[in-house]
Write a protein that binds this ligand. Sequence first.
Ligand code: RTP
Ligand code: MG
Length: 141
Amino acid sequence: MAIERTLSIIKPDAVAKNVIGQIYSRFEGAGLKIVAARMTQLSRAEAEGFYAVHSARPFFKDLVDFMISGPVIIQVLEGENAILKHRDLMGATDPKKADKGTIRADFADSIDANAVHGSDAEETAKVEIAYYFPALNVYSR
Ligand code: RTP
Ligand code: MG
């Protein structure tokens, strides 16, 4: 199976709940390595740019408002089948529909405040990693 990289964000609700370590443990437990990471509070322009594909959707403004409401932790995860593995760990977008034991089932409150983001395909992972880590200060090991 291919070694992949994916872009992960711990959203403001999960940072505020103080569950960063518990979420990192799940990544590590699944064999995903954190190869780049930073904590930041996104500007409106950064959040709008990141979610540009959703700009015409009715939830766009709420999504951007939420993503800039507090600090986030952004990381690159690396491992076998990392993109799908990370999506499986996250669970469905709506925490009410997320499988038991997933990050969203355990830590998210609503479809808006849903704890985490993860790239959904190889191409989007590349674009999203370059968006937040343009210098590619990524540490493989
Ligand atoms: P993400 O991009 O955050 O990993 O989540 P996802 O792929 O599961 O969901 P996506 O369709 O890409 O939507 C991005 C984020 O927008 C919010 N959303 N709200 N109110 C709504 O109907 C709605 N739909 C999506 C969610 O916070 C979702 O994570
Ligand atoms: Mg998505």
